[in-house]
Design a protein around this ligand. Structure first.
Ligand SMILES: Cc1cc2nc3c(=O)[nH]c(=O)nc-3n(C[C@H](O)[C@H](O)[C@H](O)COP(=O)(O)OP(=O)(O)OC[C@H]3O[C@@H](n4cnc5c(N)ncnc54)[C@H](O)[C@@H]3O)c2cc1C
Length: 406
C-alpha cells in the first residue's frame, strides 16, 4: 500500500476560506458524514463547487468522540447491505485516500449472557451469512481463545454462554479518517469552512435556495444536513419535523497499557464495549444517557455502571485507571435506524439518526448521501431509509436486533 502521512497540523485545517456568495451544494456539518459526502460528491459525481459549513472546528463533534467500532453484522437486510457496503469501502479507503488511518480488522465479539441472547446471536449469524457478511458463532471456550483476558467462567453474575464473531470487523483512528477525507475533498476543490454556524434557511416558497450563517447569507442549489445530534434543530429552522431525539453518549479511556486486548468485545446484557487503541488506552463505551440534551456530557452513574460491567467481564481491568471521560450528542430514531433522503423542503436533504453507530457507516453514508444530493434520487442502499417510512410504517427495526448499537 502506498500511503503518505499527514503532517501534524494539516494545512487545510487552518486555511478556513471566506465563504463564497453561492455554491452548487452546501453540506451542513463537517463530521465524518459531511466530509465523506463532500468527497464522494467530488469523486463520484464531479460536483466540486461545494462548501462544508461547520459551526465548530473540523470533525470536532461525534467524529472526534466515538469509540471507532466498525462492523457490519446487523440483523436486517437493509442494514446489513448498508454497513457491508461501508465495510467494503473501509477496506479500500486507506489506499484510495493514500493515508493509513490505522484501520485494524481485529474482529468484534458480541457476547451472549442469556438464553435469549444465544437465540438472537445464532439467528443473527445465520442472517449475516445469508447476506454475505462474515459471521461465526463461538462457544465460551472459543471466545476465550479469541480474547484470553475475558472472564468466561460460569461463576460470574452473567456468564458468557457464547458470542457472535465477525473477523473483518475492527477499529480505525477516527481523527485521521476525518483528515484523510478532508484532505482529499480539499484537493478536489471543496471549501471546508469552520466557525460557520447555520442559523436559518433561505427559501423561495417550498424550495431552499441558501442558508443564513454567522458569516452571512450563502446561496446554494442544494443543501444537505449532516449535523448529527442537531438535526431536529436544523429541521425546525427549515420548517419541518424529524422523528429524532438528541441524547448524550459517553465513553472513557484508561491510561496507556501494553497490548493486552486483541479484539473488540461488546456486551449488550451487562452493557459495555471495550477495545484497546493503537496507542494503548483501553477504550470503553456505554449506552446513551436516558434524557434528551445537547450538552456533550453525560451522567456519572452511566460511567460507573459501565466500569462495573467492564471489571466483571475483564477482572484484570480492576488495576487500570481512568484517564479521561467525555460525551458526544447523538440523534436517535424510533426504530434505531438512520434517515437518509429527501425532506418536505425541495432541494433540502437530510442524513441523520445514526444514533450510537454512525462512525462505522461513514463512507457508505457519504456515498449514498452524495448520490441522493447529486441525482435527486436515493441510491438503492438508502432508499429504504427514507423519512417516509415513519408514515408508511415500513420501519427498519434494528432496535434490540443489532446487539449493542455501536
Ligand atoms: C461516545 C461515543 C461513542 C461512539 N461509538 C461509536 C462506535 O464505536 N462505532 C460507531 O459506528 N459509531 C459510534 N458513535 C456514533 C458516531 O460517532 C456518530 O454516529 C457519527 O459520528 C455521526 O456522524 P458525523 O461524524 O458526521 O457526526 P459529527 O462528527 O457529530 O458531525 C456533525 C457536525 O455538525 C456540526 N453542526 C451541528 N449543527 C450545526 C450548524 N447549525 N451549523 C454548522 N454545523 C453544525 C457539529 O458541530 C458537528 O461537527 C459514537 C458516538 C459517541 C458520542
Amino acid at each position: 500500500m502506498t500511503t503518505q502521512p499527514l503532517p501534524e497540523h494539516p494545512d487545510f485545517l487552518w486555511r478556513n476560506p471566506e465563504p463564497r456568495s453561492s455554491y452548487d451544494v452546501i453540506i451542513v456539518g463537517a463530521g465524518g458524514h459531511g466530509l465523506a459526502t463532500a468527497y464522494y460528491l467530488a469523486k463520484n459525481h464531479g460536483i466540486t463547487n461545494v462548501a462544508v459549513l461547520e459551526k465548530g472546528w473540523l470533525a470536532g463533534g461525534n467524529m472526534a468522540r466515538n469509540t471507532t467500532i466498525i462492523r457490519s453484522n446487523y440483523l436486517l437486510d437493509e442494514s446489513a447491505a448498508m454497513y457491508e457496503h461501508a465495510l467494503g469501502l473501509w477496506e479500500r479507503l486507506p489506499e484510495e485516500l493514500e493515508y493509513d488511518f490505522l484501520f485494524s480488522q481485529r474482529g468484534v465479539l458480541n457476547l451472549a449472557h442469556t438464553l435469549q441472547d444465544v437465540r438472537e446471536g445464532v439467528r443473527r449469524v445465520g442472517a449475516n451469512r445469508l447476506n454475505g457478511v462474515d459471521a461465526q458463532w463461538l462457544t465460551p471456550d472459543e471466545v476465550a481463545e479469541v480474547c484470553p483476558i475475558l472472564n468466561v467462567s460460569p461463576d460470574t453474575r452473567y456468564p458468557v454462554l457464547g458470542a457472535t464473531f465477525q473477523p473483518r470487523a475492527g477499529i480505525a483512528k477516527h481523527d485521521h479518517v476525518a483528515w484523510a477525507l478532508a484532505r482529499r475533498a480539499d484537493e478536489l476543490g471543496v471549501d471546508l469552512i469552520q466557525g460557520c454556524e447555520v442559523t436559518g434557511f433561505v427559501k423561495d416558497g417550498d424550495r431552499v435556495v441558501g442558508v443564513e450563517t454567522n458569516r452571512g447569507r450563502i446561496l446554494a442549489g442544494r443543501v444537505g444536513l449532516a449535523a448529527a445530534g442537531h438535526s431536529s434543530v436544523l429541521a425546525e429552522m427549515a420548517g419541518f419535523r424529524l422523528p429524532v431525539q438528541s441524547h448524550p453518549l459517553q465513553a472513557l479511556v484508561s491510561e496507556l497499557h501494553e497490548p493486552v486486548h486483541p479484539t473488540v468485545v461488546m456486551s449488550n446484557h451487562v452493557h459495555v464495549y471495550v477495545s484497546q487503541a493503537h496507542k494503548g488506552e483501553l477504550v470503553m463505551g456505554a449506552g446513551v444517557d436516558a434524557y434528551n440534551g445537547y450538552g456533550q456530557r453525560g451522567s456519572f452513574h452511566v460511567i460507573e455502571h459501565q466500569m462495573a460491567a467492564a471489571v466483571e467481564l475483564f477482572p484484570v481491568f480492576a488495576r487500570a485507571h481512568v484517564l479521561r471521560t467525555w460525551g458526544g450528542i447523538v440523534d436517535v430514531t424510533p426504530d434505531a435506524s438512520p434517515i437518509i433522503g429527501a425532506t418536505p423542503v425541495e432541494n433540502l436533504y437530510v442524513n441523520c439518526g445514526w444514533g450510537t453507530g454512525g462512525f462505522k457507516a461513514t463512507p457508505a453514508a457519504g456515498w449514498t448521501f452524495a448520490h441522493t444530493i447529486a441525482t435527486g434520487e436515493p441510491h438503492p442502499l438508502n432508499a429504504p431509509f427514507a423519512l417516509e417510512r415513519f408514515t408508511t410504517g415500513a420501519l427498519i427495526d434494528e432496535h434490540g436486533a443489532a446487539a449493542v448499537a455501536h
